[in-house]
Design a protein. Structure first.
Ligand SMILES: C[S@@+](CC[C@H](N)C(=O)[O-])C[C@H]1O[C@@H](n2cnc3c(N)ncnc32)[C@H](O)[C@@H]1O
Length: 308
């Protein structure tokens, strides 16, 4: 490839160069759940850029877990390349896909067109800001929260974004609605995340039940201590008192018994879509009836979905 062509592709942000002048693709085209999705390439080396679009790290797992009851209006917050919105479009009359990042919205619109999906609107919004007074039947939020103590870009918004989400969410969810998040959170000594989450949700007419399928929890070991040490560098010594960091997919729905279950799974090894879709429905049923024994049985019986 001539140097002018490389310059053109770089200025159009189609390719990047890494140290050593190696050329790498900036965008990747993925085939997920029967859809073609264009998004940023996971190795394109520009994580420091604020307009990065999620290269589909955890989105496919969340997309496969979504319960698929018929819905009128659904919301995908932080839509990125649109993977969750395009999935919701299959059983929703209409979907609103929103993001604070205009580059993500452009990518999402492109993906909707590529897949001939026309019941999704893309709206720029900081969380629920653009949706005052609107009620949704299903809300999904692959939250931009990792193990960071000090956010660096739009995929690392820290716990503050979870607090803002849980504060607003009850005012936007239909009575029979369901919420799913992919999230990472910290437990502090004497102050588990779930207690903070309940205080953010606040008193509502109907309590919420929640099931967390936990991908991992770190409370000891070299990696955890490294994360703590990095935390001190980024956020000061108080970060050291954090007692565990967990990541997982959480489902919430209104429940007669406001239970909270945590189940260890390895969702990177989930079997094909049909089985996990069944799991998504089973989780909602477990929350709505306040009984999760069946759920644990189901997870145990799903072969490769064995608890870890
Ligand atoms: C982890 S990515 C998820 C992307 C996509 N939903 C997926 O599953 O692949 C989180 C998304 O949240 C967006 N985001 C960050 N802060 C936001 C905010 N305050 N309001 C709305 N979206 C936000 C980011 O731009 C990013 O697209």
């Amino acid at each position: 490839m001539g140097s002018q062509a490389v310059r053109d592709l770089r200025s159009l942000k189609i390719i990047d160069t890494c140290p050593g002048d190696r050329l790498i693709a900036r965008l990747a085209v993925r085939h997920v759940l029967g859809k073609v999705l264009v998004t940023d390439h996971p190795q394109s080396g520009f994580r420091g850029e604020s307009l990065i679009v999620d290269p589909l790290w955890e989105g496919p797992a969340l997309a496969r877990l979504m319960p698929s009851r018929r819905r009128r209006l659904s919301l995908d917050l932080g839509t990125g390349c649109g993977i969750l919105a395009l999935q919701l479009a299959q059983w929703s009359d209409h979907v609103i896909a929103s993001d604070i990042n205009p580059r993500a919205l452009a990518m999402g619109e492109l993906n909707a067109r590529l897949n001939s999906i026309d019941n999704v609107s893309f709206v720029q919004s900081d969380l629920f800001e653009a949706f005052r007074g609107q009620i949704f039947d299903q809300i999904v939020f692959n939250a931009p929260v990792g193990t960071e103590f000090r956010p660096r870009h739009m995929l690392e918004a820290g716990e503050a974004i979870l607090e803002a989400f849980f504060n607003a969410m009850p005012h936007h969810l239909a009575e029979t609605g369901v919420v799913q998040l992919n999230l990472c959170f910290r437990d502090w000594p004497g102050d588990p995340f779930v207690t903070r989450m309940r205080s953010w949700i606040g008193p509502t007419d109907h309590a919420f039940g929640a099931v967390l399928l936990r991908l991992w929890r770190r409370s000891s070991g070299p990696r955890f201590f490294l994360e703590k040490a990095l935390g001190v560098l980024r956020a000061g010594p108080e970060a050291l008192s954090c007692s565990a960091i967990s990541r997982g997919i959480m489902t919430l729905a209104r429940s007669p018994l406001p239970t909270h279950s945590e189940i260890d799974v390895n969702y990177h090894q989930w079997p094909p879509q049909a089985t996990t879709r069944h799991l998504g429905e089973a989780i909602v049923a477990a929350i709505e009836t306040g009984a999760d024994e069946n759920l644990r049985g189901l997870i145990g019986s799903m072969g490769r979905l064995n608890p870890i």
